[in-house]
Design a binder for this molecule. Structure first.
Ligand code: LLP
Length: 420
C-alpha cells in the first residue's frame, strides 16, 4: 500500500522519472531522494480541497527543512510554520516571505522572539501566560511596532494517532484551554505592544479522519466568538494546524477534500482567513530512502535483512511504530516471499526499518526503497554511532540535483578538540 509517487519501469523503480538504481549508483547509499513535482502536486491538492477559502499554506518546516524544498514551496507561494530560530533562519534563507511565517512552540526563547519580530513575521502562537508576558516584554524593548500573536488553544480532542504525535488532549504540554485562552486575549488586547490577530490549534500528526479537526475547529471558532463579544477583538485568521494523514504501509490517507468542504461550510461568512500547517502531507510520500542490503542473516527462527541504513537515517519505525512500505528497487528477489525484519547497522536492538514484512528475499548488494520517507526522515537523522548523515537528492523536471551532500569524516568532528 502507499506506493505514492513511484513507478516501476522495466522492473526498476523510478522517482520523478529518474531511475532509483542509477541515482543510488551515482550518489551511493544510504540516500534520500525527493520528487519536487510531487511536492507541488500535493500543495495543489491541499489548496484545491480548501479552494473557496484560499488558505495560506504555511509549510511545517520541521518535516523536512532542506533549503531546496523550502525554496520550492516558497516559490509556489507557501509560507512556513516554524518552531525555532534555526527554522526561521532557514525559511528566510530559502525566500519564504516573512508575512507568511507563523512561529509555534511551547519554549520560544526571548532571543527567538526578537529575531521573529525583527524579521516581521506574520504571527507568534503563544502557549502559556508566561510566554505571552515574555513576548510582550521583548516587543516593548524592540524598535518594531509590536508583536502580532494568536493563542494556541488546546481543544481537548484526542486523535487516533501514536501517543508521541498526539497534542490536542488536555494533558498534552501544548496549548491552553479555551477559558484561559479568552483571558489571554483580554490581557493581550490591553497590552500596548501585543496585537492579537489570530487563533491556532494543532492536534497531532498522521490523523486520517476529518472528525478531530472539525471538533477542534468548533472549539476555536467558539473561542474566537467569545473574544469578539467579551473582549471586543475581531481576530483575522484561524490556523487549523497540520497533521493531515498520508497513506503508508499501515493505512490510507485523510480525505482532505471532505475535510475542506466541512471547514468551508463552518467558515462561510466568518470573515476569518484560513491557515494550514501541513508538513508530512506535502513531503511525506514525495521522498524515499534508498539503502543497500549488506547481509542476510538467520537467527532464532528469524530472517534479518541487514541494510546500510537504520534508525540513524530513519527513526520513525523504532520511535513511533511508523510503518513504511519497503520494496526492492529492482525486481530481483532470489526466491519466494519470506517474512523478514529489515534492520540497520546501529548497535541497538531497537534499530530497524521494518518488522515482519513479506519480501522476496534480497541478496547482498540489492537495493531497497523505503517509502514515505520525505517527512521526519532526514529531519530526524542523527550522527549516533558516529555515522555520517546521508546525501539528499531533489528530482525536478527530470533533473537530479544533490541538495545536501553526504557528510564527511571532517563534518563528524567539526567543532571538537582532541585535548582541551
Ligand atoms: N504544526 C505544528 C504546530 C506542529 O507541531 C506540527 C508537527 C505540524 C504543524 C505538522 O504536522 P504534520 O502535518 O507534518 O503531521 N516526528 C513525528 C511527527 C511529529 C510532528 C510534530 N509537529 C513523526 O515522524 O511521526
Amino acid at each position: 500500500m502507499g506506493a505514492g509517487v513511484l513507478t516501476r519501469v522495466g522492473g526498476t523503480l523510478r522517482c520523478g522519472g529518474r531511475c532509483l538504481a542509477e541515482l543510488a549508483g551515482d550518489h551511493d547509499t544510504p540516500l534520500y531522494v525527493y520528487d519536487g513535482g510531487r511536492v507541488l502536486e500535493r500543495l495543489a491538492t491541499l489548496r484545491a480541497a480548501f479552494a473557496p477559502l484560499t488558505p495560506l499554506v504555511a509549510y511545517s518546516v520541521k518535516a523536512n527543512p532542506n533549503l531546496a524544498l523550502l525554496g520550492l514551496v516558497a516559490d509556489a507561494g507557501a509560507g512556513a510554520d516554524i518552531v525555532s530560530g534555526g527554522e526561521l533562519y532557514r525559511a528566510l534563507r530559502a525566500g519564504v516571505q516573512p508575512q507568511r511565517i507563523v512561529f509555534a512552540g511551547v519554549g520560544k526563547t526571548r532571543e527567538e522572539m526578537r529575531l521573529g519580530i525583527e524579521a516581521g513575521i506574520k504571527s507568534f502562537h503563544v502557549e502559556s501566560e508566561q510566554e505571552m508576558d515574555a513576548l510582550g516584554e521583548v516587543a516593548r524593548s524592540g524598535s518594531a511596532a509590536g508583536a502580532a500573536m494568536g493563542v494556541r488553544v488546546n481543544p481537548d480532542v484526542s486523535s487516533p494517532t501514536h501517543e508521541y504525535t498526539r497534542t490536542g488532549h488536555a494533558a498534552a504540554k501544548f496549548g491552553v484551554p479555551p477559558d484561559h485562552a479568552v483571558e489571554l486575549y483580554r490581557r493581550a488586547s490591553a497590552h500596548p505592544f501585543l496585537r492579537p490577530v489570530g487563533i491556532n490549534v494543532h492536534l497531532g500528526s498522521q490523523i486520517r479522519t476529518p472528525e478531530p479537526f472539525l471538533h477542534a475547529l468548533d472549539v476555536v471558532l467558539d473561542v474566537a466568538d467569545r473574544v469578539r463579544r467579551d473582549v471586543g477583538v475581531r481576530l483575522e485568521y484561524v490556523d487549523l494546524g497540520g497533521g493531515f494523514g498520508i497513506a503508508d504501509g499501515e493505512a490510507g490517507e485523510l480525505d482532505v477534500a471532505a475535510l475542506g468542504r466541512e471547514v468551508a461550510a463552518r467558515l462561510d461568512g466568518c470573515g476569518l482567513e484560513l491557515l494550514l500547517e501541513p508538513g508530512r502531507f506535502l513531503v511525506g510520500d514525495a521522498g524515499v530512502l534508498l539503502t543497500r542490503v549488506l547481509y542476510v542473516k538467520r537467527a532464532g527462527g528469524k530472517t534479518f535483512v541487514v541494510t546500510d541504513a537504520g534508525m540513524t537515517e530513519l527513526i520513525r519505525p523504532s520511535h513511533y511504530g511508523g510503518v513504511h512500505a519497503v520494496s526492492l528497487v529492482r525486481d530481483e528477489g532470489t526466491g519466494a516471499l519470506e517474512r523478514v525484519d529489515v534492520v540497520g547497522p546501529v548497535c541497538e536492538q531497537g534499530d530497524f526499518l521494518a518488522q515482519d514484512r513479506l519480501l522476496p528475499l534480497p541478496a547482498p548488494g540489492a537495493l531497497l526503497c523505503v517509502h514515505q520517507a520525505g517527512a521526519y526522515g532526514f529531519a530526524m537523522a542523527s550522527n549516533y554511532n558516529s555515522r555520517r548523515r546521508p546525501a539528499e537528492v531533489l528530482v525536478r523536471d527530470g533533473d537530479a540535483r544533490v541538495v545536501r551532500r553526504r557528510e564527511s569524516w571532517e563534518d563528524l568532528v567539526r567543532g571538537e578538540v582532541v585535548d582541551a
